[in-house]
Design a binder for this molecule. Structure first.
Ligand code: 5AD
Ligand code: SF4
Length: 450
């Protein structure tokens, strides 16, 4: 989601005549989009911003800005600790970043003409207000960011109140974009070569529940899926992340009659203990989560499921942790992201008394990861020798001489081949090898459409 928001900002700078650069040494403005979900992410962003002050020494006009969740939750206080910081822009104001940065930059450039030795102070801008309809502002893509598989933001905010989570505080109430606008954006992407879209929201299956009515018993989210599915030339649809609340049969059924929906969901479980789910203020029982997964696997036998789990939540006993471990073993997730609980400001769990030591969290983290990895590797190994249908998305990050692709189950398959012929193509590959989470394959040439 942050990447998608950053892309919107980048596109506005491009339209304003700027060039996006990955080289911080040549940038006139350096913006850090921040995540607050865990403390580690905030510390990383603060460290990065601190270390970049050196560019100001050589190029005194450089504008520094924080955007996103940490900007939203800390606001003006960020200026106290980071003297070179110029701009702080919250999560509902991404569309204003260009205007703010450009105005500071223009002023500095003009002043620099008069006095090259001037140091610049007092230009701070902090905007973390709410903005009505801000969900409709994340809609543009940069040319570079349009890959065969691209993300589309369909909503902002979350009305849930999970007791550990800072998101409702930083991202505000749920606000959905109109279906017609989302379809328009997807059509435009398809016209520019996109084959797969991932619909993005904090709580994606509840899209539109406060704005748009049900039609024929179908939720606004299923209506959206049907509308996106009808786009000619779009081959694959994914979404992330759904929540067990509001994961109804209309969504399960959609997987039986919408073939472009990929056989994969990332479905955060957080804990397998009912006691902990209650303390987390997730208003359902583990049994319901398991039941939804069983229904999804019945709807699509090749369905892959990945999840998020928090270990070491305050008060989590060894027995609670074992409930999580056993559910993981029972459900055999294709992959799990395991997080050590991190205390977040203004969240109820931060004040709970039975906080765990880092040692306990790390111990549970390692024990859970061992089980998760064993299951994931076993499942991936079983694919060696099989033929999978993949979408080739571009050069591999680790080795740009090879190409990367994904199966409908979202497994990464690395292969060799001519990028001009293969990128953006859906094709069959034979899986030759597996190293943990990565599969290696060979395209079956006859099936490549030219
Ligand atoms: N501590 C650890 N993990 C967290 N997550 C959200 N808040 C916290 C927290 N305070 C995890 C959840 C969520 C994922 C994006 O981050 O598992 O699904
Ligand atoms: Fe956070 Fe819970 Fe909302 Fe997910 S559903 S964003 S974990 S409050």
């Amino acid at each position: 989601m942050n990447e998608r928001d950053s892309e919107q900002v980048a596109q506005m700078f491009t339209e304003g005549g700027y060039t996006v650069t990955k080289d911080e040494f040549e940038a006139d403005a350096i913006l850090v989009n921040t995540c607050s979900v865990r403390d580690q992410a905030e510390q990383k962003a603060l460290g990065k911003m601190g270390s970049m002050v050196r560019h100001r020494q050589k190029r005194p006009h450089v504008v520094y800005g924080f955007m996103g969740c940490m900007a939203q939750s800390r606001g003006n206080e960020l200026f106290d600790n980071i003297p070179h910081l110029d701009v702080v822009v919250g999560t509902q104001k991404y569309h204003k970043v260009f205007e703010y940065v450009d105005s500071i930059l223009q002023t500095r450039m003009e002043r620099r003409m008069d006095d090259l030795k001037l140091t610049y102070k007092g230009d701070h801008i902090c905007d973390i207000d709410e903005e009505k309809d801000s969900q409709n502002t994340i809609k543009d893509h940069t040319v570079e960011s349009i890959e065969p598989a691209t993300f589309v933001s369909i909503m902002q905010g979350c009305n849930m109140k999970c007791s550990y989570c800072i998101v409702p505080d930083t991202r505000g109430r749920e606000r959905g974009r109109p279906i017609a606008d989302i379809v328009e954006e997807c059509k435009d992407l398809v016209a520019r070569g996109v084959k797969e879209v991932t619909l993005l929201g904090q709580i994606v299956n509840l899209y539109g529940r406060t704005e748009f009515p049900k039609v024929d018993g179908k939720s606004p989210f299923v209506q959206l899926l049907e509308a996106v599915h009808a786009i000619d030339g779009l081959e694959r649809i994914r979404f992330t992340s759904p929540h067990p609340i509001g994961y109804r049969d209309d969504l399960v059924e959609a997987f039986t009659y919408l073939p472009k929906l990929c056989s994969h969901i990332h479905f955060p479980m957080q804990s397998g203990s009912d006691r902990i789910l209650k303390a987390m203020r997730r208003p359902y029982k583990n049994e319901k989560f398991v039941e939804i997964i069983k229904k999804m696997k019945a709807a699509r036998p090749d369905m892959a499921i990945t999840t998020d789990i928090i270990v070491g939540f305050p008060g989590e006993t060894e027995e609670d942790f074992m409930d999580t471990l056993n559910t993981v073993k029972e459900l055999e997730f294709d992959n799990c992201f395991v997080f050590r609980y991190s205390q977040r400001r203004n969240t109820p769990a931060a004040d709970m008394l039975e906080q765990h030591s880092e040692k306990t969290k790390e111990d549970r983290n390692q024990r859970l990861l061992a089980v998760v990895n064993e299951i994931a590797q076993r499942k991936n190994n079983a694919l060696v020798g099989s033929v999978q249908e993949v979408l080739c998305t571009g050069p591999s990050k680790n080795n740009p001489n090879t190409l990367t692709s994904r199966t409908p189950q979202n497994k990464i398959v690395i292969m060799e081949g001519n990028p001009d012929r293969l990128v953006g193509k859906i094709m069959k590959v034979r899986i030759d090898e597996c190293t943990g989470f990565t599969l290696y394959g060979t395209p079956i040439i006859e099936s490549i459409e030219d």
